[in-house]
Design a binder for this molecule. Structure first.
Ligand SMILES: Nc1ncnc2c1ncn2[C@@H]1O[C@H](COP(=O)(O)OP(=O)(O)O)[C@@H](O)[C@H]1O
Ligand SMILES: CCCC(=O)OP(=O)(O)O
Length: 360
């Protein structure tokens, strides 16, 4: 029996899974890297040996070797804007993932590790619906400052998989119906999905509501003053806004469950911040519905926060006048990665070529 190895690196852990070619998830684990094992590196790519060794040792623990696999698929990554789909990790894609030309993100390591391991086994490596896919329409890109365009960074992998799943389960038409999807994890991606395409999105790193650890959209003058305060290097300021803001900065935790406990215990400040997060998510959903001229089959809430009864009822109270709210809590990125690779292995799709698909 031959298997597909799936690799999904996050900031402190690496999710791994092994699927049989019959689509059975034989093993699925989260490798938690020891505290300190990933820190102390200037660049995420320097974490490569630690993560690769941890994955190899996990594979050995299952009694398997590289020769047991027919393909390896990794979550990738921030590369140049490309259309969605399953990509063969060739040399050009590998070097853009490795050099982090656009910006660094742990998910870049998915494609890199997949390629290195696949090369040594003489098989192919793939990435599927990476975070830098770009399906934004031309209107959505325009800003009031020529030279600065809105761009697309989003949880494409989970969003596409979730829309496919809701369509299967509810009998909606993936290519014909419109949806608003809000992926609410550590980062948020909220936007209209038309004919299966995410045609606008807040950009999980740079805009939208305040998030568990990201600032979201901020008043411009405040950001400019911060940038010129002399307190931060560029990289440091970006890290502050994208990893150390949001709930974490206001309340000392990025864990919504802890925030809800604080609210239960009567913490009024926690309630203000958490409710503000919900209010801004609801407004972003409303904006996405307007982009669809109100023709919305369903509003889909997914990601870790879709487990929260508090947050989903708050959001529903704001937006269910638009369309029914469907909850798909958590994410199923490992299966989505496997299925993207399987569509190629089964000959249903031809793997995309990175350089041919670069949009800009
Ligand atoms: N059962 C739950 N109830 C409320 N919030 C949850 C639950 N599970 C996860 N979350 C929250 O979702 C956020 C992270 O979502 P998740 O999708 O796990 O993130 P990541 O993007 O890191 O995979 C955190 O704020 C976490 O506390
Ligand atoms: C940068 C867009 C995707 C994203 O935010 O991923 P994570 O939530 O995994 O950081």
């Amino acid at each position: 029996m031959k298997y597909v190895l799936v690799i999904n690196p996050g900031s402190t852990s690496t999710k791994v899974a092994i699927f049989s070619s019959e689509s059975v998830a034989l093993y699925s684990d989260i490798i938690e890297h020891e505290a300190g094992a990933l820190s102390g590196f200037g660049h995420i790519s320097e974490q490569l040996p630690v993560r690769r060794e941890a994955i190899s040792s996990w594979i050995r623990s299952k009694g398997l070797t590289k020769d047991d696999f027919i393909a390896i698929v990794g979550r990738g990554g921030i590369v140049r804007p490309i259309r969605c789909g399953t990509y063969l990790v060739d040399d050009a894609l590998f070097s853009d993932l490795r050099d982090a030309k656009v910006t660094e993100h742990a998910s870049n390591l998915g494609g890199i590790i997949a390629k290195e391991m696949a090369d040594s086994a003489g098989i192919n490596a793939y990435i599927v619906d990476p975070v830098s896919c770009d399906e934004m329409n031309e209107l959505a890109r325009v800003t009031g400052f020529p030279g600065i365009e809105r761009g697309s960074l989003a949880h494409y992998l989970n969003i596409k998989a979730v829309v496919r799943r809701v369509c299967r389960e509810k009998g909606y038409d993936f290519s014909g119906d419109n949806f608003v999807v809000a992926h609410l994890g550590s980062g948020f991606s909220i936007g209209p999905v038309e004919g299966g395409r995410l045609t606008d999105v807040n950009n999980a790193n740079e805009g939208g509501p305040l998030m568990p650890e990201r600032s979201g959209t901020l008043p411009l003058s405040g950001v400019v003053r911060l940038a010129y305060s002399g307190k931060y290097e560029e990289k440091e300021l970006l890290r502050l806004l994208q990893r150390k803001s949001g709930l974490l900065a206001h309340l000392g935790t990025n864990d919504a469950r802890k925030v809800e406990r604080m609210i239960d215990e009567g913490d009024e400040h926690a309630k203000l911040i958490y409710d503000a997060m919900g209010y801004h998510v609801a407004k972003e959903i409303g904006a996405a519905a307007a982009a669809l001229k109100g023709r919305v089959k369903a509003i889909i809430l997914t990601g870790g926060l879709a487990y929260s009864a508090y947050m989903t009822s708050l959001l529903t109270s704001y937006v269910d006048f638009i369309a029914p709210v469907v909850l798909v809590p958590g994410e199923d990125e490992m299966r989505a990665l496997f299925e993207g690779a399987k569509r190629v292995l089964d000959g249903e799709e031809t793997p995309l070529n990175y350089e041919e698909e670069i949009i800009r």
